[in-house]
Ligand binder design. Sequence first.
Ligand SMILES: N[C@@H](CCC(=O)N[C@@H](CS)C(=O)NCC(=O)O)C(=O)O
Length: 203
Amino acid sequence: MKLIGSYTSPYVRKISVMLLEKGITFEFVNDVPWEAATHVPDFNPLGKVPALVTAQGEVFYDSPVVAGYVELLGAAPAFLPADPMEALRVRRLESLADGVTDAAVAILLESRRPAEKQDEHWVLRQRNAVNRGLDALEKHAAQGEWLGGEQLTLADIAVGCCIGYLNFRRLAPNWCVNRPALVRLAERLFARESFARTEPPQP
Ligand SMILES: N[C@@H](CCC(=O)N[C@@H](CS)C(=O)NCC(=O)O)C(=O)O
């Protein structure tokens, strides 16, 4: 199985963490989609990572879909509850964390445009999404050790990758202020080997 991705992508990290936690062997193909020589569009017409090539040669992309495929492999531990409605609730939190990540990526990309072309209203909209999303995640995190209940789920992994990305890009340096439950959750996640091994390289 091959995971096409870059070392800095939080969406790719989500999949790497899942595979490492489950002990599934995979080949990591480092391919930065922004570089001219990228082969990512050969795997995903949208030109985005992650893309996962299965042992049978089928390709899955968009990290929630890839995560769904990884779960179907049946390797323990399961990161989605067996009950479909509970699984959907975990996936809703995964979407929320991914959505915060999406807004953070949008802020970063906007900041890289020439100053006179940057749209401050757009950036503010994304910042509001980041803040509201983190506030909602804080409420969930305050309810127990893990977001989905007693066990680590895909929701926790997505949140860890999201917060790891905010830290890495220094996009919301105050994210931890007044969000103690998220801070504790992030500390627990970052202490795991899977997160340590997938930390983005410092620029
Ligand atoms: N919703 C997608 C987002 C993937 C995504 O945006 N990946 C970024 C890397 S962090 C990318 O490949 N960007 C290239 C582009 O937007 O053209 C997922 O969850 O996989």
